[in-house]
Design a protein around this ligand. Structure first.
Ligand SMILES: [Zn+2]
Length: 317
């Protein structure tokens, strides 16, 4: 959609310039507030504001390109050009999103060292559960919690966080339980886990606030709660970077995403050791660290028969 609009705008602008057209900006106009700009755009072009604050520059230039004269007559004091900086250009969807299948993360792209700054429109956020946080994003004892847990009661409806299309509905007995992944038009994907049933199916188009499923306690879960993840190209983002879970709103209308949002992954990738204590076996270490025995063996160059001396450090990540 954005691409198409951009393409059309570019084409119109090219024709306009080819015909010798130029834009006129009033040099000494007083800067307008965003609200005034929206009002003016609506008046002169019939363009409805996307929201009260942010406009993409593309909408802004649209104001000129149909009929420069009549537009200019109607909008005599259009915002000075330097004010264009106030408009937010949201990032286009990455081409990796051409991939559409039922894997949780089919993209296999690490954003730890990404150079770009990505602008994501999160103004349309709707809280998946209006209840409190029961467990936060971050490190747990032996593993990393990639989402945030929100209280739900039996029968509560889990709501879609942004507009989008359902990409996955699956059952994962040892993990997410009944879970749904929604691909959003703003470039994010969200995961809703431990639900008791699905209320939307693969391919369904959902608006923010539409029902995704029913709150539950399925998969690796103790007690009714919703496991909620926010991802970009398969990379989990700390939901607290975007959302205020006390006020149930987005912290800002625009989420500015940089490599900093994935810094936590460097912590995960650090090598960790288990120090062998009396009574430890590979089986027990595997159980406690959540790492399989064969992985422990290959990481440490040992076999299942190796005798574990007390005090020896066993690498498990
Ligand atoms: Zn969780």
């Amino acid at each position: 959609m954005h691409n198409l609009r951009l393409y059309i705008t570019k084409t119109v602008l090219l024709i306009f310039f080819a015909l010798g057209g130029t834009f006129v900006f009033e040099a000494d106009a007083t800067p307008l507030t965003d609200k005034q700009v929206n009002k003016r755009l609506k008046k002169c072009m019939g363009i409805k504001p996307v929201n009260n604050t942010y406009f993409q520059p593309i909408v802004y230039t649209d104001c000129f390109d149909t009929s420069i004269e009549s537009t200019y007559n109607h909008c005599t004091t259009i915002v000075p050009i330097e004010d264009e900086i106030k408009f937010t250009a949201f990032s286009e969807l990455p081409e990796e999103y051409d991939i559409w299948n039922s894997s949780i993360n089919p993209y296999n792209i690490s954003l730890v060292d990404m150079k770009d700054t990505i602008m994501i429109d999160v103004s349309g956020y709707y809280p998946p559960s209006q209840k409190y946080v029961t467990s936060n994003f971050g490190f747990r004892k032996w593993r990393h919690h990639n989402g945030i847990d929100l209280k739900v009661h039996r029968g509560d409806t889990v709501k879609c966080a942004f507009d989008g299309v359902v990409r996955v509905t699956r059952y994962d007995r040892r993990g997410y339980g009944y879970f749904t992944i929604v691909r959003h038009s703003n470039g994010l994907e969200t995961i809703y886990g431990h639900m008791s049933r699905f209320l939307a199916h693969v391919g369904d188009t959902l608006k923010a606030g539409d029902a995704v499923g029913m709150g539950g306690n399925t998969g690796r879960s103790t007690g009714y709660h919703l496991h909620f993840e926010l991802r970009y190209l398969g990379n989990p983002i700390n939901p607290n970077d975007i959302i205020d879970f006390e006020r149930h709103t987005a912290k800002n209308r625009v989420f500015v995403m940089t490599a900093g949002n994935f810094e936590y992954k460097k912590e995960i990738d650090k090598i960790r050791y288990w120090t062998v204590r009396s009574g430890d076996t590979l089986g027990r270490i595997s159980q406690r660290t959540g790492v399989s025995i064969s992985k422990l063996c290959s990481l440490n160059g040992i076999t299942r028969k190796t005798i574990l001396r007390i005090g020896r450090r066993i690498r498990y990540t």
